[in-house]
Write a protein of this length. Structure first.
Length: 159
């Protein structure tokens, strides 16, 4: 374990002296830095926090990454998506691992048997991370207007 502090940017502003919008902006910054082909507005992030489990990671007061857990749905009750994002300057220090393990544990508790993740083809660090964690590619696609492929990867939750 590292000295990583992981926070959930949900709840009410001002509780415990925390400004939730500041954390949402931090989550947004990491997302948009790592996924520049699909920039999210703060309103997009506010909407996502109600559908997904979002976390923001700090080393002391320094922002290092974020994660997303898309929980199983009624349409696909056995599959969850876990995405760990670490800013380039903080990679290789175990932060992605810590975020990923937290997301994986939560997905398992929600009943997921299959874990998916998604990585931009232009992110070789992310692809190597996924492959080290036994993910296998199952689909590539372009979103409308994108020029960089998205790669969806999948693995069994118990492995």
């Amino acid at each position: 374990m590292t000295d990583l502090r992981i926070e959930q940017p949900n709840g009410v502003d001002g509780v415990d002296g925390v400004d939730r919008d500041d954390m949402l902006r931090d989550w947004q910054f990491v997302h948009n830095t790592i996924i520049p082909t699909h920039l999210l507005s703060l309103d997009d992030v506010r909407e996502r926090v109600h559908r997904h489990h979002l976390e923001v990671a700090y080393l002391g007061d320094v922002l290092v990454g974020c994660s997303t857990l898309r929980p199983p749905t009624s349409e696909d009750p056995s599959t969850a998506t876990v995405i760990a994002r670490v800013l380039p300057a903080h990679r290789g220090q175990g932060f992605g691992e810590e975020l990923y393990v937290r997301g994986l544990d939560r997905a398992r508790k929600l009943g997921a048997e299959v874990i998916e993740t998604v990585v931009l083809a232009s992110n070789p660090d992310g692809l190597r991370f996924a492959e080290r964690h036994e993910f296998a590619e199952f689909e590539r696609y372009l979103l409308p207007g994108d020029t960089v492929e998205w790669i969806e990867l999948r693995r069994r939750a118990g492995t």
